[in-house]
Design a protein around this ligand. Structure first.
Ligand code: AMP
Length: 251
């Protein structure tokens, strides 16, 4: 596996690639089985799989959340190597944002709802970094998790709106044995909140309505940002202590 930190080195490598298709899995690191399921999907479909690890500062609306976001590049490299990844790219913010974030992608409707209503600027940051990474990597297929359902929808819509030559592949949410959606932020849950956390998935799945799910969660000690039904999905974000959890299920 090639481990690159320089965008210029990646561009040199990319410019001589002949073998296709190229698969790309963008991540913020602190990798777990959810991320590895995206890698697996790419390995099944693509001749080469590249993963990026970049904790994108522009998508954090909360400085504290950014500063304590988990990072473990040693473990990430080990897991990606074992998973058969060809290239991992660890760019830094000076390379990704050499314009100082003067240029950004803004969506003006759906990005203001759900998570966007509670995290101002979050999806501008997400869409901008994904646009930059897709232009840099130029993959045939790019893999995103349904766990971040609103993000997946917005990225699909952006790729379509800008005629970007990439196929977006949606991958199912990977869960812990008790149903909790895997997430890098789960590391922040203390023992008590970890035991409670699976109630989020259970409430979404088992409640008759979004309002009922919201009430159940509040009764169980969650500080609920939203629970909403949208087309055939029920989506929610709720906090346990200072950890914000999101999840969604098909209804
Ligand atoms: P992140 O590192 O949290 O930015 O996530 C990188 C990618 O992995 C995104 O496309 C996420 O939707 C996806 N992902 C994160 N957690 C899971 C999960 N539990 N199951 C499936 N995909 C996931």
């Amino acid at each position: 596996m090639k481990v690159l930190t320089s965008i210029a080195d990646w561009q040199n490598y990319r410019s001589v690639l002949k073998e296709g298709p190229l698969g790309f899995v963008p991540t913020m690191g602190a990798l777990h089985e959810g991320h590895l399921s995206l890698v697996k999907a790419s390995r099944q479909q693509d001749a080469l799989t590249i993963v990026s690890v970049f904790i994108n500062p522009t998508q954090f609306d909360d400085k504290n959340d950014f500063e304590k976001y988990p990072a473990d590049s040693h473990s990430d490299i080990e897991q990606l190597e074992r998973a058969g990844v060809d290239v991992v790219l660890f760019p830094d913010k000076e390379q990704i944002y050499k314009d100082d974030y003067r240029f950004k992608v803004t969506e003006s409707d759906f990005s203001r709802q759900l998570c966007g209503a509670h995290r101002p600027g979050h999806f501008d940051g997400v869409l901008t970094v994904v646009m930059r990474l897709l232009n840099l990597v130029r993959p045939d297929n790019a893999y995103f998790g349904e766990k971040d359902y609103q993000q997946l929808q917005l990225i699909s819509d952006m790729v379509s709106a800008f005629f970007m030559p990439v196929n977006i592949v949606a991958c199912a949410t990977m869960r812990e044995a008790d149903g909790l959606a895997m997430s890098s932020r789960n590391k922040h849950l203390d023992v008590g909140n970890r035991a409670k956390a699976a109630a989020l998935f259970a409430a979404l799945k088992n409640s008759g309505t979004a309002a009922e799910a919201r009430q159940t969660l509040a009764e169980q000690g969650f500080d609920v940002d939203y629970v909403e039904d949208l087309a055939n999905r029920r989506l929610a974000a709720a906090r346990l202590g200072s950890t914000r959890l999101i999840d969604n299920v098909e209804i």
